[in-house]
Design a protein around this ligand. Structure first.
Ligand code: ZN
Ligand code: ZN
Ligand code: ZN
Ligand code: ZN
Length: 323
């Protein structure tokens, strides 16, 4: 037996010799782990080449990107991705025949069944999913970039938190502060003429994290109000580790708010519309501003602190909609 295989290997090159040794090794272990070894053998022999050729099959002949539903084909069966289909003016790029509107359902089924890495793989996400689950996951993936939290204009910049902090400082010229207490004065010379306004964002750096303080004027029902709230630059699960308080007052009266900062994953508009912050009636704000109540000079003080680990943590966040 041993001699036979020796004879055989003597005519082969070194790599084949190694394969034979590996085969004999796995044969020896079959008796111990019969079933698991079998499936391993299947995976090694069959799966890899098949997957490769399926990926070739799913390559769009025009743009060479992978095709996902909807996948189109001409009367002669030439396939095409949906992006290219919109660009070829109803002519099959392969045979020049009229393209029509035929889906290739069989290929779509294949495409749907393939496991694909999350598109934020390069940002650290290790997940793989079949096509539609992947699309669903990508909308909530924790590694997806954040939108710029600046509220004053529509800013389409995306990135991770360190990138966005630099972007806020350099491009939006946002006030940056270190420390977890603050004392800010919001001023407006003609407050009764302005119903909607967004003041310059302030960013606080404490506990190694970044927080955005927003201040806005808007109409709440018929009443003009101001609202101050804090957003956490990070995900919601982390935001729950922090608390903050806001306070305005004067002349023996004060209003305070205590809450959990919302994640910047929630747009500032969404937070504003859920009234999750300190809301001050304009008349009250002008009263606190002193003087002849014609000018807004509202001092907002506040503090951020780290929440003690509570029992029953992870029992679901309660994000109120106070509207
Ligand atoms: Zn294409
Ligand atoms: Zn064709
Ligand atoms: Zn992901
Ligand atoms: Zn921006």
């Amino acid at each position: 037996m041993d001699l036979d295989s020796m004879d055989c290997t003597s005519t082969m090159d070194v790599t084949d010799d190694e394969e034979i040794h590996q085969d004999r090794h796995s044969y020896a272990s079959v008796s111990k782990h019969h079933s698991s070894n079998n499936s391993n053998a299947n995976a090694a022999s069959g799966l890899l080449p098949t997957t490769t050729s399926v990926h070739e099959l799913l390559e769009c002949p025009v743009c060479t990107n992978s095709m996902y539903p909807p996948i189109h084909q001409c009367h002669n069966g030439h396939t095409l991705c949906s992006t290219c289909k919109n660009r070829v003016h109803n002519r099959c790029p392969t045979c020049r025949q009229e393209l029509g509107d035929i889906r290739c359902l069989a290929l779509e089924k294949v495409a749907e069944s393939l496991e694909l890495p999350c598109k934020y793989m390069s940002l650290g996400c290790p997940e793989i999913f079949p096509y539609y689950s992947k699309l669903k996951h990508e909308t909530i993936c924790n590694f997806r970039p954040y939108n710029c939290p600046y509220a004053g204009s529509e800013c389409s910049v995306l990135g991770d938190i360190p990138f966005l902090v630099a972007h806020l400082r350099d491009d939006h010229k946002v006030d940056m502060h270190s420390g977890c207490t603050f004392n800010h004065r919001y001023v407006k010379s003609n407050p009764r003429e302005v119903e909607n306004a967004t003041w310059m964002l302030t960013v606080f750096h404490c506990f190694g994290q970044y927080f955005c303080l927003h201040f806005e004027a808007f109409q709440l029902g018929m009443a003009p109000v101001y609202m101050a709230f804090l957003r956490f630059m990070g995900d919601e699960t982390e935001a729950r580790n922090y608390n903050y308080s806001l306070e305005v007052g004067g002349y023996g009266r004060k209003l305070t708010w205590e809450g959990t900062p919302r994640s910047v994953r929630d747009s500032h508009r969404k937070v504003r519309d859920s009234h999750d912050g300190l809301i001050i009636q304009r008349n009250m704000a002008l009263f606190f501003s002193g003087g002849d109540r014609k000018e807004l000079k509202l001092r907002v003080t506040g503090r951020i602190w780290k929440e003690q680990q509570q029992s029953g943590e992870g029992g679901g966040a309660c994000i109120p909609s106070l509207s």
